[in-house]
Design a protein around this ligand. Structure first.
Ligand code: URA
Length: 243
């Protein structure tokens, strides 16, 4: 027997947290009865439905690596009618982004219907490296570089140490590579802003051991079996206590 939210997430319904919300909201039924208790346990024979739609528990997991263009929101649907990253990948089976990139941020974004893997990769304990290439207005001083690497005081606390490299610098702009493993909202832009530096363009070029390779902007590819296995190894690495 397993917890309902875990089974729903494993079936690709949504992330575990989102599944908890669905349960609490009374959207989930087990054998035709609405269940709102988060600790409810189900077995393999139980029939599950979300908003009356039967959940196929024999899901096929898919894993995509997308090169996100600017101007696409990283949400499943946008209230302002803007294009979303979901427009760039197949509709079935339904997938979800692994974390977020800002509207104007480009580059590497994973999408999958494997809710367990998504949760694990986004959990701070896994410390998954995300590598960004940032074009910053003006010059980034050696002092700023050292402080970015050591940790910056942001309004939501100190950032963890980062790997920071200056790739090029002219009087007008500096191109930086920065590797962080946290995933706070607008983190890279806020880290530079702490030194009065404005990020003109931001691209994610790496996530864990994955990189964009030759993938063109707006295109996606499926991860290979080995890549999926590699991500699962990271997900398993620092298991937090089961919820
Ligand atoms: N940091 C940001 O500031 N924006 C992103 O989209 C990703 C990381």
């Amino acid at each position: 027997m397993e917890r309902l939210q875990k089974v729903l997430a494993a079936a690709g319904v949504a992330s575990r947290r989102k599944c908890e919300e669905l349960i609490a909201a009374g959207s989930v039924s087990v054998n035709g009865e609405i269940v709102t208790a988060l600790g409810y346990k189900v077995g393999p024979e139980d029939e599950l439905a979300v908003d009356g739609r039967k959940i196929d528990r024999e899901v096929r997991y898919v894993y995509y690596l997308l090169n996100k263009p600017g101007g696409y929101v990283t949400t499943v649907s946008d209230t302002h009618g803007r294009p979303t990253v979901m427009d760039l990948v197949p509709k079935e089976p339904r997938v979800y982004p692994v974390g977020r990139l800002d509207l104007d941020t480009q580059g590497l974004l994973l999408l999958t219907n494997d809710g367990e893997l998504t949760n694990a990769l986004l959990h701070p304990s896994r410390e998954v490296d995300k590598v960004y290439r940032a074009v910053v207005a003006g010059q980034v001083s050696d002092v700023a570089l050292a402080r970015l690497a050591a940790g910056v005081e942001l309004e939501d606390g100190m950032t963890a140490p980062a790997k920071v490299r200056r790739l090029s610098m002219t009087p007008r702009q500096t191109v930086m590579e920065i590797t962080i493993h946290e995933g706070r909202k607008r983190q890279v832009k806020r880290m530079f802003a702490a030194f009065g530096c404005r990020v003109l363009a931001l691209e994610r070029i790496g996530f864990a051991f994955l990189s964009l390779g030759g993938l063109k902007r707006g295109q996606f590819r499926k991860l290979t079996r080995d890549e999926v296995a590699g991500l699962k190894r990271i997900a398993e690495k620092k298991r937090t206590s089961p919820r």
